[in-house]
Design a protein around this ligand. Sequence first.
Ligand SMILES: *[C@@H]1O[C@H](CO)[C@@H](O)[C@H](O)[C@H]1NC(C)=O
Ligand SMILES: *[C@@H]1O[C@H](CO)[C@@H](O)[C@H](O)[C@H]1NC(C)=O
Ligand SMILES: *[C@@H]1O[C@H](CO)[C@@H](O)[C@H](O)[C@H]1NC(C)=O
Length: 320
Amino acid sequence: MRIKKEYLALLVVFGTVFIIRLFFTQQGISQVAGQKTTQLQKLRKDYIRRMCDIEKKALSAQKPRIKNIYDHFIVEERQKIIYCFIPKVACSNWKRVMFVLKKGKPYDDPASIDPINVHRISKLQYLTQFNSTERKNRLMNYTKFMFVRDPFVRLISAYRSKFLYNQKNEYFYRKYGRIMMKLYGNQQNPPQTMKEAEALGLLPTFKNFVQYLVDPQTEKKEPFEPHWRQMHRLCHPCLIEYDFIGHQETLKEDAEELLKHFKLENDIKFPSPFKNMTTSNLAMDWFKAVPLEDRRKLYNIFELDFKLFGYKRPAKLLDG
Ligand SMILES: *[C@@H]1O[C@H](CO)[C@@H](O)[C@H](O)[C@H]1NC(C)=O
Ligand SMILES: *[C@@H]1O[C@H](CO)[C@@H](O)[C@H](O)[C@H]1NC(C)=O
Ligand SMILES: *[C@@H]1O[C@H](CO)[C@@H](O)[C@H](O)[C@H]1NC(C)=O
């Protein structure tokens, strides 16, 4: 009986200590988490500044030059936000957010907005619609953000969304796909439509897509199409000092932090991304069919994206 009582007392003491410790640890964790995220932003921004400096020469040597550097900047006047969008990096979902902000209060749920709708230029306000004085003021005073992603994973995502069969992709098939098949797929006369090509099992492969990207002729006249153009050549992070740089790999946390920064966390819920998102685990599988030499050329073309945004060189893919 006595033993039992002492045992019980001991249990109470230990239990109390445990609960107190739990309380402090949890407080500690949430404080650290809050600090960690802003610290993470500071790290990313400091890092990019440093890399911009180191890579100054490589950046200015790039050709062909981008003529309209503000094409990808969406402006929200009421909230004073500028979002530089990069295709294949949560861009439909951020455009949906920008769209509901433009419509104003009470805010619609971004998930309820048809993503096709927000890609129409007329639905949002772009920095190109302002004159140079207005542009400068906005770039100076508004909060600017962008989202980036592992560059190779982004390319796989671009290929999957534009060159696998889909009725919406006829344009990409006719304008780019047929050229890839002619030049790298050994087909003198590829089918006229994507539908026919699909029926014959003749769509351009990922290997063909990479061959197209690494061919020096491809960018002779025009820069890459934005879905596969380097991210730094869409959002110019060495010319424009961003307040927030999000990563697709930590999209959920970064979106939450950014909405909190705008004090919109109670009004706007960031739509959950597609279930079938391309991940870096899949990269190895996609690149299996691409010769080592082309992988290395591809890395050279996208190297600045890897470096500026702090993505690790994919050694497994490049070192044979
Ligand atoms: C730009 O637009 C503003 C507002 O419409 C106007 O007041 C200003 O004169 C314009 N500036 C230039 C340089 O055209
Ligand atoms: C932005 O800031 C500049 C300089 O501080 C100021 O002259 C300008 O009026 C501001 N523009 C807007 C749109 O707030
Ligand atoms: C996800 O993608 C794979 C391969 O592209 C496909 O086979 C599968 O059906 C997709 N799943 C969903 C839920 O869309």
